[in-house]
Design a protein around this ligand. Structure first.
Ligand SMILES: Nc1ncnc2c1ncn2[C@@H]1O[C@H](COP(=O)(O)OP(=O)(O)O)[C@@H](O)[C@H]1O
Ligand SMILES: [Mg+2]
Length: 363
């Protein structure tokens, strides 16, 4: 399967810019996800790749085929792009059986009837619903309809599969199981895939790499581990996982030279954070603290200078089944923490390791 290369995409609607300088390459067989909040431009990007919409400028190539190039005025029609498309609304024909729904794209491609039957059965078998081939869409559950939409997306062996929030109509439990089989299916078919979602758990669990979108711009492209452990901006840190973002000003380097002392804004708190390149005393910063990196202790923790120990009041505690979530107040600082164990004391020590603090220049 070929690579998909998207370069310098720009797009606006009615004078309002929606995509700005979007660049990414999806490798052969890769599961690549566009992740971001609603309205950030994910579907617009996918539509430009599919040819349902044209960008204002930029270039889109798959292998040695140019789908779109503004400079040389190339815009290949959607039907010549050989892409599989699956949307949130399954868009199945209600008056046709499942097999006939799958036959539609094959007929359009003038594939002989005998071959059609083999391809349809093969695609339905891949998504485990071969026994439903003669039913109509209304006779299937939402999850089964979703599988039909997926089967229709892969039935003509597309070079690239484009999926736009395909699991959002399923309930939480079905979404979990759909995620598992979708990943297995993509690996089995080995098709280069661009997946769109606003759901960070979905993106983290499915993707080889994730592109995080905010306001029409790519903030970061990386593996799930890179995106989670080293988010490029506070916005990415705040969007992926639960991350407390606090403002402060760097006062000085610590004597050992490994840490920076940061006075937190509007509080009486200080935090020691790891020394970070390009951050120096006097600078205003944003610090990211992941909720699971705040260790809670009922014991009188000894502040030996290697960690931060904050004396916190528990203002809220909730139980989610797997974990306890805590809202803490510490001298004007409000922090969200989580832990596997239940602490029922009204005050706790919150222990924060300097190396767990993500530090960004404030802007
Ligand atoms: N055909 C259109 N006409 C005008 N505005 C549009 C159109 N399509 C999308 N937009 C706007 O572009 C922005 C990005 O939309 P979209 O790509 O659908 O976001 P996402 O898929 O990330 O939720 C939104 O502000 C949306 O309202
Ligand atoms: Mg969308």
């Amino acid at each position: 399967m070929p690579e998909l290369v998207v370069s310098n995409l720009e797009k606006s609607f009615g004078g309002v810019s929606v995509l700005q300088d979007v660049n990414f390459t999806v490798k052969d067989g890769e599961f690549f996800t566009l992740l971001g909040p609603s309205g950030c431009g994910k579907s617009t990007t996918l539509s430009c790749i599919a040819g349902l919409d044209n960008p204002d400028s930029g270039r889109i190539e798959v292998g040695d085929r140019v789908f779109f190039d503004h400079t040389s005025s190339v815009a290949l029609p959607p039907e010549q792009r050989n892409l599989g498309l699956v949307f949130q609304s399954y868009a199945l024909w209600p008056h046709m059986t499942i097999a006939d729904n799958l036959a539609m794209p094959l007929k359009l491609r003038k594939i002989p009837k005998s071959e059609q039957r083999r391809l349809i059965d093969d695609a339905l078998t891949k998504v485990d619903i071969a026994h439903l081939r003669d039913r109509y869409p209304h006779q299937l559950s939402g999850g089964q309809q979703q599988r039909v939409a997926l089967a229709r997306g892969i039935v003509y062996a597309p070079e690239v599969l484009l999926l736009d929030e395909p699991l959002s109509n399923l309930d939480a439990r079905m979404r979990d199981s759909a995620r598992t089989w979708l990943k297995m299916l993509q690996q089995e078919v080995g098709v280069t895939t661009v997946y769109v979602t606003h759901d960070q758990v979905e993106a983290m669990s499915l993707s080889d790499r994730i592109a995080v979108f905010m306001n029409g711009r790519l903030q970061q492209v990386g593996t799930p581990t890179e995106i989670y452990r080293t988010p490029a901006t506070p916005e990415v840190a705040g969007f992926i996982g639960r991350c407390n973002l606090v403002s402060g000003k760097v006062e000085e380097e610590t004597h050992d030279g490994y840490h920076l002392r940061v006075r937190l804004k509007d509080t009486d708190q200080e935090l020691r954070v790891k020394r970070t390149p390009n951050i120096s005393p006097g600078q205003h910063v944003t610090i990211g603290l992941r909720s699971e990196n705040i260790e809670l202790s009922e014991l009188g923790a000894h502040d030996d200078g290697t960690v931060n120990v904050l004396h916190a009041t528990v203002t809220q505690r909730s139980y989610t089944g797997a974990r306890y979530e805590y809202l803490l107040a510490a001298d004007g600082l409000s922090l969200f923490a989580e832990a596997a164990s239940c602490h029922d004391k009204p005050t706790l020590n919150a222990i924060i390791r300097p190396d767990d603090c993500l530090v960004y220049p404030a802007h």
